[in-house]
Design a protein around this ligand. Sequence first.
Ligand SMILES: Cc1ncc(COP(=O)(O)O)c(C=O)c1O
Length: 362
Amino acid sequence: MTLWDLDTPTPLVELPRLQSNIADMAGLAAAHGKRLRPHVKTHKSPDIARMQASAGVSGITVAKLGEAEAFAEAGFDEIFIANLLVGGIKMRRLVRLASRVSVTVGVDSLTALDLLKQGLQGFGVSVGLMIEVDTGHGRAGVKQPDQAAALARSAAESASLALRGLYTHEGHVYRAQADRIADVCERAVSLLCACRTRISGETDAAEAIVSVGSTPGADEMVRQDAVKEIRPGNYVFYDAGQVRLGRSAERCALTVLTTVIARPSATEALVDAGTKALSGDRDPVYGYGFVEGDPRARLDWCSEEHGHVHLGLSDRRPRVGDKVRIVPAHACTCTNMHPFLNLVDDEHVVGRLPVAARDRLT
Ligand SMILES: Cc1ncc(COP(=O)(O)O)c(C=O)c1O
């Protein structure tokens, strides 16, 4: 069966592109002596994580406890939940998970750390701890080295917690111009180093890991001496957002196959994929995505089931009934919309990968 025989909308993953994206990032990390702990929320697929493991990784990163449970179920035993876990139910699930696999979690406040200590106390489990640092993204994380030191001091009082180091998601690289990414990364590492100096004064975690994570920042972060671990996720597929930041569109491995269902005018096409197939994430330049092979044909707006392709800048004039592939704005949220991914090679459908950790909201 070829991909053109599939009903639409449906997601496609091009195997050769996926393989080379995986190999290139593993090679980059190895060439610079960094550990690669990829963020698997991009694909949520144990099959793809196994391909990454074969290329050489040091465990995996996930965003949710539920994703960690799904990957533990699939046999992964070294998992970093790069997020803040708060709540009694989560503590009970964390205890269960930590009794089966090696698990590390993030923390950025003394209040959450106290809850974590209480939740784990008396269960005889050991959980790794990473202090999250906000290096400019403005999401979670301590902002000052003193706050990191206070967390390290408090963590050292708990027999259930093993402080591993510091981490950041330098997500503000997505808001930077491509030529400012190196600068953003350098500043992020400088704050992480200041935090590391303070936490090594407070505990015996002298070998504290400095872990960073983003796809656009990876090329620069591997050059930073202080960085021990990188956690990019999106690189397995890339997407329109990465193309905006300078990545070649030829590397995008994930597309959504759609059918043109209407041609409202000479410069417009409607496809049968809207936010339910592509997700609601929008890129400032490419909108909800672009037509594979023609980044000038962009989905400028979507409703739930319809995608509106603006053809004004493109020479393409598809007819009603034609199938076109869309590179989504954001691959990670797009995969969450689908129960499986069609694996394709040279237009042949060669497999179907379940998105096993999809919809893990808790
Ligand atoms: C904590 C954390 N680490 C790593 C990543 C991976 O970044 P990217 O999606 O740019 O590969 C993310 C992405 O959201 C993240 O939130």
